[in-house]
Design a protein around this ligand. Structure first.
Ligand code: ZN
Length: 153
C-alpha cells in the first residue's frame, strides 16, 4: 500500500477528502453513472486533472462521465460540461508556467495520441497515453524490468 503524505501531514484516506475539495469544480454533484475511470495522482493539481479530462472527453466524445479515482478510491464523476466550465478559470493556469507546456505533445489544440515504445531491441512493449507527463512515463508492458518506455513520434 502506497500512502501519499501531504506536506501538511495529512495521510491515507484524508487525501481522498482533500482531492474532492480540490477537484470540486470538476465533479458533478449527484452524478453516479460514468463510462470509465480516470486514475489521478495525489500530487496532481486541478488544472492538470482538468487537462487530462479534457483530452479523454475529446478523444471519446460518446463519454458522458468519468469517475475520478485516487488510489482506488472513487472521488466523484466528472462530466464534459464540468470540464468545459472549469476551463475558463482552472485551465492554462498562469502559475503552471508556459515553458513547462511548450512543446509537450498532447497539450496542443489538436489532439494527439502519445505513443511509447520499449527501448530493448526486439521487445514489442508499447503503450499509448492521451497525455505526456515526464513524471509518469509508462514502463514496459511486456517485461517491467525493461523500465521506462521511450516517447515515439
Ligand atoms: Zn520491453
Amino acid at each position: 500500500m502506497n500512502y501519499h503524505v501531504f506536506p501538511g501531514g495529512i495521510m491515507a484516506h484524508d487525501h481522498v477528502t482533500q482531492a474532492r475539495s480540490v477537484l470540486g469544480r470538476l465533479i458533478e454533484p449527484g452524478a453516479s453513472s460514468y463510462d470509465d475511470y480516470l486514475d489521478i495522482a495525489a500530487e496532481e493539481r486541478a488544472d492538470q486533472v482538468r487537462s487530462r479530462l479534457a483530452d479523454v472527453f475529446r478523444e471519446r466524445p460518446m463519454f458522458a462521465g468519468l469517475m475520478l479515482r485516487l488510489d482506488g478510491h472513487q472521488i466523484g464523476v466528472s462530466t464534459p460540461a464540468r470540464v468545459a466550465s472549469a476551463g475558463g478559470t482552472a485551465g492554462d493556469a498562469p502559475e503552471f508556467g508556459a515553458s513547462d507546456r511548450a512543446g509537450l505533445p498532447g497539450r496542443s489544440q489538436q489532439y494527439k495520441v502519445i505513443r511509447f515504445g520499449c527501448t530493448t531491441i526486439g521487445c514489442p512493449g508499447t503503450d499509448v497515453r492521451s497525455y505526456y507527463d515526464p513524471r509518469t512515463v509508462p514502463v514496459c508492458t511486456v517485461v517491467a524490468a525493461h523500465g521506462m518506455l521511450a516517447l515515439q513520434r
